[in-house]
Ligand binder design. Structure first.
Ligand code: HAM
Length: 419
């Protein structure tokens, strides 16, 4: 029997768990500081809820199974359908707009490549019930804040913003029927992953003529919002939203992280408006996170129309980027105190010291058995203890403790109740 986890799945030993926890802490703190409430849902959903549109890459990646009663179930490949289900189930009782956040494990049967596993954790942040671009501003602003707190500068990571609404306006001008919209977006998302000729073939299959395809490719090469504006109608809701987003991003002070890029289309069917993805500026890794506006998902589940914006931000690519840049948090362990004792007679004093420290909210690691000073200090180092207290016969006799600062080596003698 192999001792490795199933292909594409990860074990987290302490050295793997620490950076993950440090990352989750940043995500949780940013969500809380931006006024998002935590939620959760089961990792197993019905296959029916998770069933996908043809053309979506995710469609072939879902782990499905049957339970003992013959129910068709699946492991969630993403959280958004569960979120939509939860909202539709209580649409009458909830007060909108709502801002929800969660960190959830997702499963996708992917072809393995750098940054892609068959299981990953995803921070989801969604604003539901807000039509205005303030929803995008809050979601994208939170992602940018997480980058700032992780020590990633705008020179290292950029959030590229596109707009399916703008592509839709162009389609309408070109006389391309709305029924082709989603399939065309999914085809355009494959650009860069497949050849342009193959993308053309996909678009042709949707019924687009050569001239239309040229216009679409042209639009995706547009570099500025002004240039994009010149190609659509003078009054363009999509352009107005993009302009408002970039202007508000300056007021909220995260515009440095934003770049306009119409070639960002996203590979999921449900997006309807502004879409965005985070990329390392060296272009070495896959998208760090991605999201956008999805105004029709709730109606697809039988709910009342309700606008929504959100993103999914995985733990894999961001940790690769942080590691590449030497910025991975939680690399070494740390605790306030390590406490050890030379003999069993010294243990009650050590126990009292540790109890005091722990009660006052300090982290304190205690030896599980008596030990020699050398072994104790080696252990204190291994745990990353900032201070060490070792209790021998002298301390037992005097009742005073020697508190050693592990960095400076300085030692101070304190009474137990001064600790
Ligand atoms: P997504 O682009 O499919 O969007 O995934 C979002 C992020 O999850 C990716 O950018 C990446 O960080 C991470 N991710 C996805 N698949 C894998 C994988 N196989 N291995 C490692 N990381 C992965 C969604 O899932 C949407 N539901 C996001 C969303 C939320 N849109 C609105 N609200």
């Amino acid at each position: 029997m192999t001792l490795a986890p199933p292909r594409g799945m990860r074990d987290f030993y302490p050295e793997d768990f620490r950076p993950r926890e440090a990352l989750f802490r940043v995500w949780r703190e940013v969500a809380a500081d931006f006024g998002f409430e935590g939620i959760d849902a089961p990792v197993v959903e019905t296959e029916e809820l998770l069933a996908r549109k043809a053309g979506e890459e995710i469609a072939d990646q879902i782990y499905t199974f049957e339970d003992k009663s013959g129910r068709r179930l699946a492991l969630r490949p993403e959280f958004t359908p569960s979120l939509a289900r939860m909202i539709v189930a209580r649409q009458g009782q909830l007060s909108f707009p709502l801002k929800w956040s969660c960190i959830v494990q997702c499963f996708r049967y992917e072809r393995m490549s750098r940054g892609r596993k068959r299981e990953h954790y995803q921070w989801n942040l969604d604003v539901v019930g807000e039509e205005s671009v303030m929803a995008e501003v809050e979601a994208i602003g939170a992602a940018a804040e997480s980058f700032r707190r992780l020590g990633l500068t705008p020179d290292e990571i950029q959030i590229r913003v596109g707009s399916r609404a703008l592509i839709g306006e162009l389609f309408a001008l070109s006389g391309i029927g709305a029924e082709h919209f989603m399939a065309c977006c999914l085809a355009l998302d494959k650009r860069g992953k497949i050849s342009d000729d193959d993308t053309r073939a996909l678009l042709e299959k949707e019924g687009l003529g050569a001239a239309d395809i040229d216009r679409v490719f042209d639009l995706l090469a547009v570099r500025t919002i002004d240039d994009a504006a010149s190609r659509v109608a003078p009054v363009s809701p999509a352009i107005a939203d993009l302009a408002a987003l970039f202007s508000l991003a300056r007021d909220f002070d995260f515009a440095d992280y934003l770049a306009f890029d119409l070639s960002v289309v996203r590979g999921l069917g449900y997006y309807t408006g502004i879409v965005f993805e985070g990329f390392d500026t060296r272009g070495k890794l896959r998208a760090v996170f991605g999201g956008g506006r999805y105004d029709n998902l709730l109606t697809a589940l039988g709910g009342k129309p309700c606008p929504a914006v959100g993103f999914g931000y995985g733990d894999v690519v961001i940790q690769e980027l942080l590691a590449d840049l030497g910025k991975l948090p939680g690399a070494s362990p740390g605790i306030d105190f390590a406490v050890g004792y030379m003999t069993d007679e010294c243990r009650p004093l050590a126990a009292r010291a540790v109890a005091r420290l722990r009660r006052s909210g300090r982290g304190a690691e205690i030896g599980l058995s008596s030990e020699k000073p050398k072994k104790f200090f080696a252990r204190a180092n291994r745990f990353g203890a900032r201070r060490a207290i070792f209790i021998g016969p002298d301390e037992l006799a005097s009742g005073r403790l020697a508190v050693k600062d592990m960095q400076s080596g300085e030692q101070r003698s304190v009474a137990l109740d001064e600790l």
